[in-house]
Design a protein around this ligand. Structure first.
Ligand code: HGY
Ligand code: MN
Ligand code: MN
Length: 396
């Protein structure tokens, strides 16, 4: 609730876009809170923040707990934030109890998880994992043409450490489920086993601007009409490959004037499925639908895939720590895969990683009404701490 002030919206949500002034304020707040716990806070070249508290032994790598503090434009108070603040609460509890772990403990705030302002999502955990170069990340532009690298510099979070240089031995990520399963089954904890495959595309449809009054229907090259038919076809791709999903979220119509037949439309496509082979089929179906629609509407189009995050399985030994942690705390739990993308999906490439879910009201997320009870937040933080200490005990 305290960090929800940074980017608070009138409808009770948060607008805290990556490396905006609001993001700077919550980063500064996070740094101060970690330093109060005796942590050293380091920032890498793409703004990832690493707060480390020493353990009994300094000859073994830290165990990390991480997530993100950036939000969607109409985001909620818990997506990403619960994972960072849940980690802070777990660390606070250790400090208050005067408990020292074997391994150092690290809290990580990953830059640009949402991919809303700067595509793709999970960009800077991706840089850390070697999926993208720092230069690629710096070059990413928002729809106003502002570059991520320049904004990182402007808010003072373009750190000195090379991405990937600050090491940890394992990562746990606490997150709200962002879907309806745990609530429907009255389970408190999701033992997350992996993340589904995700692909993002950009489509630009080009027609011809013309007068809406003087241009006969049969002579038009209406880019928005073609885009509308493409968007319908994309929805059909999702419906034909359940439990896969297919979405168009961002659309720009030019010139967007009441009495001009639209000449150019830009829109984004988000395809996801747990099985890569089916995701390939969805991609093929999507790509084969566009040419027919364009030809009928007498328009042209360009389409390119800008992101491909394959399905990921999490580390079984850490998944077990979460299951033990939930049982230890006496919470009902169930194994599940994640529909949403998370930094853990990329971090799993460079260190054993897993996730913990708690329910959110009605499974609603990426929505200002996103809501999770204090009891559910506390349960998540408790299981996060239990899982971390279970893993830590194995390192003694
Ligand atoms: O797109 C996602 O699934 C995540 O919320 N960035
Ligand atoms: Mn998230
Ligand atoms: Mn999100």
């Amino acid at each position: 609730m305290e960090t929800a002030q940074f980017g608070a919206t009138p409808k009770g949500g948060i607008k805290r876009l990556t490396v905006s002034d609001e993001d700077k304020r919550v980063r500064d707040w996070f740094k101060t809170e970690c330093e109060k716990l005796g942590c050293k806070v380091e920032v890498d070249e793409v703004g990832n923040m690493f707060a480390t508290r020493p353990g009994k032994r300094d000859d073994i790598l830290p165990i990390a707990m991480g997530s993100h503090l950036d939000t969607q434009p109409t985001g909620g108070k818990f997506d990403g934030v619960l994972g960072v603040l849940g980690a802070l609460e777990a660390l606070r509890t250790m400090v208050e109890m005067g408990y020292q772990s074997n391994a150092p403990v690290m809290i990580v705030n990953w830059t640009n998880e949402e991919g809303s302002r700067f595509a793709p999502a999970m960009l800077c955990s991706g840089v850390y994992a070697g999926v993208f170069t720092p230069e690629f990340a710096f070059s990413r532009e928002d729809r106003a043409g502002i570059k991520l690298g320049d904004e990182l510099q402007r808010i003072g979070y373009k750190g000195t450490h090379k991405a990937g240089a600050i090491k940890f031995s394992a990562m746990f990520e606490l997150h709200i489920e962002q879907g309806p399963i745990l609530e429907a089954e009255s389970k408190m904890i999701g033992i997350v086993t992996g993340v589904q495959g995700m692909r993002w595309y950009e489509v630009t449809v080009t027609g011809q601007e013309s007068h809406t009054g003087a241009t006969p229907m049969l002579l038009r090259k209406n880019a928005l009409l073609a885009a509308a038919r493409m968007i319908e076809a994309i929805d059909q791709v999702g419906m034909a490959h359940l439990p896969g999903v297919a979405s168009v979220g961002l659309i720009e119509n030019k010139p967007n004037s009441r009495n001009v037949v639209p000449g150019e439309v830009f829109f984004t496509v988000d395809l996801r499925h747990p099985d890569e082979a089916v995701l390939d089929k969805m991609e093929k179906a999507f790509r084969s639908a566009l040419p027919k629609i364009a030809a009928e509407a007498k328009v042209t189009f360009e389409e390119k895939r800008i992101w491909n995050s394959p399905a990921v399985k999490f580390a079984p030994e850490l998944v077990k720590c979460v299951a033990q942690g939930a049982a230890q705390a006496g919470f009902k739990s169930r194994e599940m895969a994640s529909g949403a993308g998370h930094d853990a999906a990329y971090i799993a490439r460079v260190a054993p990683t897993t996730m913990i879910f708690v329910p959110c009201l009605g499974g609603i997320s990426h929505n200002e009404a996103e809501s999770t009870t204090q009891e559910e937040c506390a349960a998540g933080a408790q299981v996060l701490l239990n899982a971390l200490l279970t893993h830590d005990a194995s390192l003694a």
